[in-house]
Design a protein around this ligand. Structure first.
Ligand code: SAH
Ligand code: SF4
Ligand code: F3S
Length: 441
């Protein structure tokens, strides 16, 4: 084949999938693949999937149905499913949609080029093995000379917590932390290519315990080391579990200037009965005390969370406890979901809350969270924040970026400011963003 083959990856789910897609793209670029703008132009289409809720998983099959027609019109095109649905459903995908050529679980991406070669030879390939080695050590680095100013970097994978609603421990496997030296090298390399902000990723990122100089390092140690990299102006991390917010990490929020005042700390429910049934291993009270300690270390921190409503056994009183917890914390931002029973998880077989009841609770919770989000945004008006400009805005002459509190901020300014952190005075709050004016230096 003389022509360059083109690759299109559609990414669903969490930031870890976004990072994995980048690494897969780099792995196939090393094999000569170029990136296609649409699946219509691609010779290989990969769906990097999410299994967290039923809707997310079902989307994959409808998308595969559409791609099947495309494939029929493009001889030689290969269709693959990667990510958490690949891991969870494996061979079932090949049975349900025979147009699929390869199914690759999240821990097998370093074998992707070899698998693609087998698929090209006409084989239906399935690989959902959890290898002993770190896949990232065997995936080539991204070779783009210039990167967007904000990047993701996975430092930890998998989860040992086994919350009774969640598929992640099954789809991503046991907790593994990447060694400190490899992370620092990758971070330095990102910074050398224009990155100014790194978000450290893990399904349980604050449980990080990677091998480093002198023994195992926690996330706080890793953050302090990253903060010493010249040119790395901002550090964030996500997603965290309340049980793993240790004293050192809380202290880092007060001490490390590069660590941004934003924390995504899911609580799921405000009812101790429900938290116990979820196997969350913390209470509403311990979560609230934790928030107090975090706010003592960093008073202006913006809190974000995840909530599940309609978990099996949740009563009206339990739900009221969730509302009270939310009122007490005051979130700047949050995600809330109706419980979705997932095959193979303990809570899936329990008696379910009737759908209309769960839907009504979700609407009430979302209204409260939205009210808090708006109030927090309104509170930013008149304040000076720092913004890392990431790209040109929709209007000519406009640029957009993220504030230290992760609010999207628009200002009028030249494109040459993209990639820089600059002071901005906030003048207005829109539903999902803020607008401001550059503060003259
Ligand atoms: N590791 C993260 C969560 C990853 S999943 C943590 O422990 O916080 C992201 C969010 O999806 C979860 O926080 C939870 O709120 C939601 N979620 C997970 N499983 C779900 C299910 N079965 N139904 C509805 N929401 C779910
Ligand atoms: Fe899922 Fe997070 Fe619980 Fe792990 S800690 S099982 S990823 S919700
Ligand atoms: Fe979804 Fe897997 Fe992430 S289930 S949320 S893509 S870890």
């Amino acid at each position: 084949m003389s022509e360059t083959r083109k690759l299109f990856i559609r990414t669903y789910g969490c930031q870890m999938n976004v990072y994995d897609s980048e690494r897969m793209e780099a792995a196939l670029a090393a094999q000569g693949f170029e990136t296609a703008a649409t699946p219509e132009e691609a010779d290989v289409v990969l769906l990097n999937t999410c299994h967290i809720r039923e809707k997310a998983a079902e989307k994959v099959y409808s998308e595969l149905g559409r791609l099947k027609a495309l494939k029929a019109a493009r001889p030689g095109m290969k269709l693959g499913v990667t990510g958490c649905v690949a891991q969870a459903e494996g061979a079932e995908i090949l049975r349900r949609q025979p147009a699929v050529d390869l199914v690759v679980g999240p821990q097998a991406y370093h074998r992707l080029p070899a698998m693609l070669a087998r698929a090209d030879a006409g084989e239906a390939v399935l690989d959902t093995e959890f290898p002993a080695e770190d896949k990232f050590d065997h995936l080539p680095a991204d070779r783009r000379a210039r990167r967007a100013p904000a990047a993701f970097l996975t430092v930890q994978e998998g989860c040992d917590k086994f919350c009774t609603f969640c598929v992640v421990p099954y789809t991503r496997g046991a907790e593994v932390s990447r060694p400190v030296a490899r992370i620092l090298a990758e971070a330095r390399d990102l910074v050398s290519r224009g990155v100014r902000e790194i978000t450290l990723l893990g399904q349980n990122v604050n449980a990080y315990h990677g091998a480093g100089e002198g023994g195992e390092w926690g996330l706080a140690g890793l953050i302090r080391a990253l903060a010493r990299i010249d040119g790395l102006e901002r550090i964030r991390y996500t997603t965290s579990h309340p049980k793993d917010m240790d004293d050192d990490l809380i202290a880092a929020h007060g001490e490390v200037a590069q660590l941004m005042p934003y924390l995504h700390l899911p609580v799921q429910s405000g009812s101790d009965r429900v938290l116990k049934a979820m196997n969350r291993r913390h209470s509403a009270e311990s979560y609230l005390r934790l928030i107090e300690r975090i706010r003592a270390a960093r008073p202006d921190i913006l809190l974000s969370g995840d909530f599940i409503v309609g978990f099996p056994g949740e009563t009206d009183a339990d739900f009221e406890d969730t509302l009270s917890l939310v009122r007490e914390v005051v979130y700047g931002q949050a995600y809330s979901f109706r419980y979705s029973p997932r095959p193979g998880t303990p809570a899936a077989d329990r008696e379910q809350v009737p759908a209309p009841v769960a839907a009504e609770r979700l609407a009430r919770l979302q209204a409260l969270l939205l009210e808090q989000q708006r109030a927090v945004q309104e509170g930013m008006v008149g304040r000076e924040v720092s913004v890392l400009f990431e790209k040109a805005g929709r209007r000519p002459g406009q640029i957009v970026g993220k504030s230290d509190h992760l609010h999207a901020v628009h200002v009028d300014g030249p494109d040459s400011f993209v990639g820089q952190v600059m002071p901005v005075r906030i003048i207005e709050s829109a539903p999902n963003s803020l607008s401001g004016r550059l503060v003259a230096a």
